[in-house]
Design a protein around this ligand. Sequence first.
Ligand SMILES: NC(=O)c1ccc[n+]([C@@H]2O[C@H](COP(=O)([O-])OP(=O)(O)OC[C@H]3O[C@@H](n4cnc5c(N)ncnc54)[C@H](OP(=O)(O)O)[C@@H]3O)[C@@H](O)[C@H]2O)c1
Length: 298
Amino acid sequence: MGGIGKAMTRNLVLSGRLDEPLIIYNRTRSRAEEHSASIGHSTVAATIEDAVSCSDIIWSCLQDDEAVEFSFAQILRVDVTGKLFVDSSSVTPEVTDRIAQRILKAGGNLSLCRVFMGEPSMAEKRLLTCIAAGAPGSVDRIRPFVVGVVGRALIDLSGEEPGKASLLKLMGNVLIMNTMETVAELNVFAEKCGVGVQSMKKLLDQVFPNTPHSIYNHRMLSGGYYRDTPIVEVSKALKLTAHVLELAKSSGASVKGYEAAVDHLKVVEDQAGEDADITGIYGAVRLESGLPFKNETQ
Ligand SMILES: NC(=O)c1ccc[n+]([C@@H]2O[C@H](COP(=O)([O-])OP(=O)(O)OC[C@H]3O[C@@H](n4cnc5c(N)ncnc54)[C@H](OP(=O)(O)O)[C@@H]3O)[C@@H](O)[C@H]2O)c1
């Protein structure tokens, strides 16, 4: 029941045409109960085993490798024959493939539905881009619950190993971090050279309307990067960026723009703590340019 899990389950209940109530499980049960009461047409399972036993499709959206490994160790104590697992957690391709093998061996199937370009406000508006991989039949089974229900687009990697969806999602992280880095640098440059951030906003809004550029720009200029609930906490992002850098290194790819963004994330953690938002990259670029980390709200 993080920001993405909450938005996805709400949209599944609202538009998934579910015959039966959605069964929700969360490690911290009170969060599941509160959320279930708010979305309706859902029940809360007491244990993960209970949730899995009485479901055909089990959709998970967990924090990281550790949470996924821990949860699937519990899940696989249950008979999973014929059950379809859909995982939207951002985890490494290695963990994905390892879990997929274990599910397959136990008689179930895993389809990946990685969430990309999905900060919680986009998830709420069904603007997620989802990347699906796994056996073609498994991807077809989840298709009715993706486009127009939890997201706006499905990048279909049917027939590919589940880990491929994780790889593409990791590379999507490069796109996102580089976008934040670009917007942060442009705003600081505009402020330093006298053009001003409001003129820069006009340019960005014209060239990239309704894109992540404008969402990140709003968080930067409004001061949301140090005031609002984080899109993603910097400590979580840094775990993921370490995987991406390893992947780039092992495949011989040069990702210098991404490395700059990662260095700025480290500055954000030093300056504002591990729970600071990743759009704090703006504050890091400001510091590097002789400006205070926090802007005056504009
Ligand atoms: N936020 C974004 O912008 C964004 C965008 C794209 C993809 N994603 C990915 O989507 C996934 C979910 O993200 P999110 O922002 O919704 O929430 P999140 O904070 O990353 O994950 C929260 C969920 O993971 C559970 N959890 C954490 N550690 C656990 C453990 N050791 N054992 C069992 N459960 C554990 C939490 O349970 P409790 O409630 O008990 O803590 C909660 O249900 C992540 O992999 C994230 O990287 C996020």
